[in-house]
Design a binder for this molecule. Structure first.
Ligand code: GDP
Length: 432
């Protein structure tokens, strides 16, 4: 799905606008300094087209200077986006902070849609017109609170977003997009250095590869990859103020842009909620997944035994993901990452023919029919794989399936077809 970043200084109405786009009333978050959240991106849909909204409402203020901070925030969000919705306040007019964002936007060369917000009545319409002076093209006069003009704005947004975002995965023969993610201090930058260290000069000569300045091309195990947002890993965003927020924003952005995510976990320390959250995030975003247990050199036998128990207890839901035990410090098994990544990508791209799928569904139904429900027998009539990357199946049924049965079919799909390293989505369309 294409990604839209919503940027702008505090109190211009970003969150209100994001809620408007998502079609819900409650505030996601206030433009309150210090607010941090886990999720910064949301699925949106306008006129039947789906896209992801990255909300940058949760910025954090400190002594560094407002303009600087906002520019930094914008840069982070923009790096992850296909298009940018830049929100300004018509009632206030153009400020220095707005100008700072404009400079970042120009440099990024991403498509920008300009929303002149708080045009609640005719009188402020003229103020919106003055936003032409930002040099970003037509300002769309809107009122996020009242909904005025937001329909036209969203039409403009759809035009700015790439038509067929799937293309991102099919740059023919281009290197695969890999995101290295994980909570702070698990060894992401160490791993990156190990992977990319000596060969950067070589890879920049490769023809036909345009790379975002935040990405790097890199060879692992004889295979060329595009590592997503290496600038973010190298830049030590974690040391900046509001690090948690920035880190989660960057992580989310990197996951969205990647085809496959290597989630790095510190094997020498107990698993944490944050590790699990990042794993779930990869699954929810529908990307291929490899789990790298790092700092293996620091584990002793006792720790490894305990880790096995933790995996058994907390990572059962990710049993489908290939794992590699590595040490970014010594280089142990680092070259094995490429095999795991290839395996996960193969699972992610799997296509099952309609014939094979329905033969499978027939076998499952014969061996384990759905339990009777209100005297009736819910049945799977037909199934088809609607998509790959990740494999997504649509089952047409008579009567609703029980949750438990749906999960059972999912499990059997995996058992029969593998899908190693990939989330699998199953949708049920029930006919009563
Ligand atoms: P990041 O925040 O995920 O990028 O983590 P860093 O790469 O900055 O690593 C955090 C700390 O862990 C640093 O002190 C690294 O030297 C150390 N470290 C990273 N990988 C390993 C490893 O495989 N073994 C050991 N012993 N230390 C590691």
């Amino acid at each position: 799905k294409p990604v839209l970043a919503v940027v702008g200084r505090p109190n211009v109405g970003k969150s209100t606008l994001v809620n408007r786009i998502l079609g819900r009333r409650e505030a996601v978050v206030q433009d309150t300094p210090g607010v941090t959240r886990d999720r910064v991106s949301y699925d949106a849909n306008w006129n039947g087209r789906e896209f992801v909204v990255v909300d940058t409402g949760g910025w954090v203020s400190d002594a560094k200077g407002l303009a600087h901070q906002i520019a930094e925030q914008a840069e982070l969000a923009i790096g992850a986006a296909d298009a940018v919705l830049f929100v300004v306040d018509s009632q206030v007019g153009i400020t220095d902070e707005d100008e700072a964002v404009v400079r970042v936007l120009r440099r990024s060369k991403k498509p920008v849609v300009l929303a002149a917000n708080k045009v609640d009545d005719q009188r402020t319409e003229a103020e919106a017109t003055s936003m032409w002076n930002l040099g970003l093209g037509q300002p769309w006069a809107i009122s996020a609170i009242h909904g005025r003009g937001t329909g036209d704005l969203l039409d403009a947004v759809l035009e700015a977003l790439p038509e067929a975002p799937q293309e991102r995965y099919s740059e023919v023969g281009g290197p695969r997009r890999v995101a290295i993610v994980g909570k702070p201090n698990v060894g992401k930058s160490s791993l990156l250095n190990k992977l990319s260290g000596q060969q950067r000069a070589v890879v920049s000569d490769m023809s036909g590869t345009t790379v975002d300045p935040v990405d790097e091309l890199c060879e692992v195990g004889g295979q060329m990859y595009r590592l997503i947002d290496t600038a973010g890993i190298r830049k030590r965003v974690k040391e900046a103020s509001g690090h948690e927020y920035y880190a989660s924003l960057r992580t989310q952005g990197a996951i969205e842009r990647a085809e496959v995510c290597v989630v790095v976990i510190d094997a020498s320390e107990p698993l944490t909620e944050q590790d699990l959250r990042i794993l779930s995030n990869v699954e929810d975003t529908g990307k291929a997944l490899v789990i790298a247990f790092n700092k293996w050199d620091l584990t002793d036998e006792e720790r490894r035994k305990y880790l096995d128990r933790e995996i058994e207890r907390d990572l059962v839901a990710f049993r489908w993901a290939p794992t590699v035990n590595i040490s970014a410090l010594t280089g142990r098994n680092v070259d094995k990452l490429s095999k795991a990544v290839e395996e996960a990508l193969a699972g992610w791209e799997t296509r099952i023919s309609t014939g094979k799928l329905n033969a499978f569904l027939g076998r499952v139904a014969a061996a384990h029919p759905h339990p009777l429900r209100g005297g009736k027998q819910p049945r799977i009539l037909f199934g088809t794989q609607a998509q790959n990357c990740p494999p997504t199946f649509v089952l047409f049924t008579s009567g609703q399936l029980d949750q438990g049965y749906e999960r059972f079919v999912e499990r059997r799909l995996r058992e029969d077809f593998g899908f190693t390293g990939s989330p699998v989505h199953v949708e049920v369309r029930a006919r009563e």
